[in-house]
Every structure is written in C-alpha cells, then in structure tokens.
Design a binder for this molecule. Structure first.
Ligand code: NKO
Length: 199
C-alpha cells in the first residue's frame, strides 16, 4: 500500500534523471544543453559524443520509464479498469519528470521519445515494435531523427489500440504522443525551413 502511494513520486523522480546531461558530461566533457540542438536526448548526445554515449543515454532514458511502469503493472494486477488508470498515471509521471526535471529546476528537459518507448515497452512490446517500424522507415527515408520521432508519436496510440490496449491506455498514449509532438515544435519549424540537420 505504501509503495502504491509513493510510486507516482518515485516515477517522477526517476523520470527527472537527465541521463543525456550526465553521460555527455562524463564521456564527452560537454554541457549537452549548450551543444548542437541543446536537447538532452540520445540524438543530441550521439551528435556530440558518438555512438556509445548515445546508446547509453537511450538505454538510461528508456529504463527510467520502464522500471516504474513495470512496478505499476505488478502492483495493480494488470488488466482491470483502475489498474489501467493507475498505470497511465505512472506513465504520465515518468514522462513529466523527463520533460520537467526537478533536478534541473524544471528546465532543459527532453522531448520524451526514449522515455515513452520505455514506458510502453513495459505494457505492450508489440505496440512499440509496430511504432518502431514506422520510426525506422521515417528516419531512413528522411535522414532526420525528429521526423521519425514525430511520426512515432502519431502512430503510437493507434499501435497501442491495434495491439489490444484498453481505452484508458490508448488515451494515455495519445496524450503522450501529443506531448512529444509539441516538444518537437522547434524541430518542426526547422524542418519546414529546411534547416533541420541530417543524421
Ligand atoms: O537533438 O532535437 P534533436 O535533433 O533524442 O533530437 C530530436 C529527437 C529527440 O529525441 C531523442 C530521443 C532518442 C530517440 C531514439 C529512438 C529510440 C527508439 C524509438 C522507438 C519509437 C517507438 C516508441 C514510441 C514512442 C513515441 O527526436
């Protein structure tokens, strides 16, 4: 019962851990917020420090979403109505932590792609697999990670539904997708201006 009430705060706290900032500082000796796009995500860390720091950031940001959602699934017993509402709240808490990290005074948060992928991997690996396929096709086709991310955000709720997700989890996926798209507004502006960097 105690952990049931503490998990939202724990998920927010975990989500707040800025892996990209930590990895880039340790392994590439740069302040990732002042390099490239200025984003703390895996894409920008790879841009600044190469593949290994990029993959470590991706793994860290995915795990901090996956861990609290796995706990939420266990605590709520999965599939029932209240359980899905609880799981959705935990997803939103982890995602909000990543976007507005308490340790960075709620500024300089990420765009939520890797953290969302981790959260939904815990609930529906199939939905993430479907979304990942779209992501890969879009990145290959355009050479821009941001296009893959925005596309994946749009696909996610449909993939969750198609994979058998409940209405509650689907609505949560739509909200997360909307958050990701909004966070990419600078990228979208650059894409329309033709100035978004290729990978
Ligand atoms: O620096 O503004 P930038 O060019 O870095 O970065 C734009 C980028 C920001 O996002 C990231 C996160 C890294 C994403 C790596 C892809 C990992 C695999 C994604 C699977 C997608 C399926 C999950 C659905 C979640 C929406 O966009």
């Amino acid at each position: 019962i105690f952990i049931l009430f503490m998990l939202p705060a724990l998920a927010y706290g975990l989500g707040s851990i800025p892996w990209g900032l930590i990895v880039a500082r340790r392994l590439a000796s740069v302040d990732i917020r002042k390099t490239g796009s200025g984003n703390i995500g895996a894409t920008n860390v790879r841009r600044a420090g190469g593949n290994i720091p990029g993959v470590l950031t991706l793994a860290g940001d995915m795990l901090k979403g996956m861990l609290p959602v796995c706990l939420a699934i266990r605590l709520s017993g999965g599939g029932n109505g209240w359980g899905d509402l609880y799981i959705s709240a935990i997803i939103l808490a982890a995602f909000t932590g990543h976007l507005y990290p308490v340790y960075l005074k709620f500024r300089d948060g990420g765009k939520g792609v890797a953290t969302a992928a981790g959260c939904f991997l815990a609930i529906s690996p199939l939905a993430v697999l479907i979304t990942l396929s779209g992501f890969i096709l879009l990145v290959r086709g355009t050479r821009r990670v941001s296009v893959g991310s925005v596309g994946a955000a749009a696909i996610l709720p449909f993939a969750v539904r198609a994979a058998g997700g409940s209405g509650t989890i689907t609505a949560c996926a739509a909200l997360i997708g909307l958050g990701i798209v909004i966070r990419h507004r600078d990228n979208i502006r650059r894409l329309m201006a033709g100035t978004e960097p290729k990978i």
